[in-house]
Design a protein around this ligand. Sequence first.
Ligand code: NCD
Length: 307
Amino acid sequence: MRHLLNPLDFTVEEIDELLELATDIERHPDKYAHVCDGKKLATLFYEPSTRTRLSFEAAMLNLGGSVLGFSSADSSSAAKGESVADTIRVISCYADICAMRHPKEGAPKVASLHSSIPVINAGDGGHQHPTQTLTDLLSIHSLKGKFSDLTVGLCGDLKFGRTVHSLINALSRYERIKFILISPPELRIPGYIRDDVLVAKNIEFKEVENLDEAMPDLDILYMTRVQKERFFNEEDYIRMKDCYILDKKKMKLAKDDMLILHPLPRVNEISVEVDDDPRAAYFKQAQYGVYVRMALIMTLLEVKRPC
Ligand code: NCD
C-alpha cells in the first residue's frame, strides 16, 4: 500500500505517468465516470480549506465514488483529545483512501504509520503540500509544455509557504531549472530546502528582495500569500502582509509568455486587475487540481485504466 506524504514519494517516471493520466481524464472525463464505483474517500481536515478539500471531493465524485469526512478539528473527536493515530485506525474501517490536512508538520506521516488505507498529505503545517505540487506540475506541463530550462520565481512567504517547499522539491529533479527566491529577509526559504535540496543538489538559485528586478528573467512567477496563521505575533504579519503586490505595472516588466501561478487563496498579493492578463493562470490551475487528484486517487487505489 502506498501513501503520498511528500512529492518525492513518486519517481519522475511515476509523476510523468500520473500527469499523462490526468491529461487523458481532462480530455475524456466520461471514460472515468465509474472507475471508482463503490469506493469511499475520507477527507480529514483539521485546518481550513476550500480548493484542496472540495477538489478532492469533486475528484472522487467524478470517478463514481463517494466521500465522507470533516472540515474542521472542532467538528471531529480531535476536540475531545483523540490522537491522529486513533482517528486513522477508525477511518480505515469506514473508507478506502483518505486525504488529511493538519496544522502539525508530520501528522499525515504519523497517520500513515497506523493506517490500513492510503493516506494523502493534503498540507501539514508549514511543511509540505504534495497534491498542490501535482496541480502545479500539471499546470506547468499543460501551459509551458516542459519542466526543464525554466527560470522559476517564487515570491512571498517562502518560510511558511508549504506549497513552495513541495514545488522546489519536485522541480529540483529536472534539468537546468533555475530558481529566483523573492521574499523579505524574515520570510526566506528554510534551511531544509535551501541547504538540503538546492545547495546539496547544486541547483542554480538566488535569494532576492526586489520583485521588479527579478521580473524580466522569469518564465514562471509563483506568487504566495503571507501565511497569517503561522505567525507568532500579529505585528510581524501586519508589517509583511503587503510586501509584494503584483499589478499591471509590474506585469509590463515580464516576458510576454511568463506564466503567473498562485495556489490560492489570494489576499492582496495579486491585484484583481491582473486577472484578465492572458498570462494569469491561477484559476485554470485550480481546475487542473481536480484532474490530477482524480489521477492520484486512481493510482493509489490501483484502479485499472479504462480502455
Ligand atoms: C495553500 C495551502 O493550503 O497551503 N492553499 C491551497 O491548498 N491551495 C496555500 C495557502 O493557503 O496560502
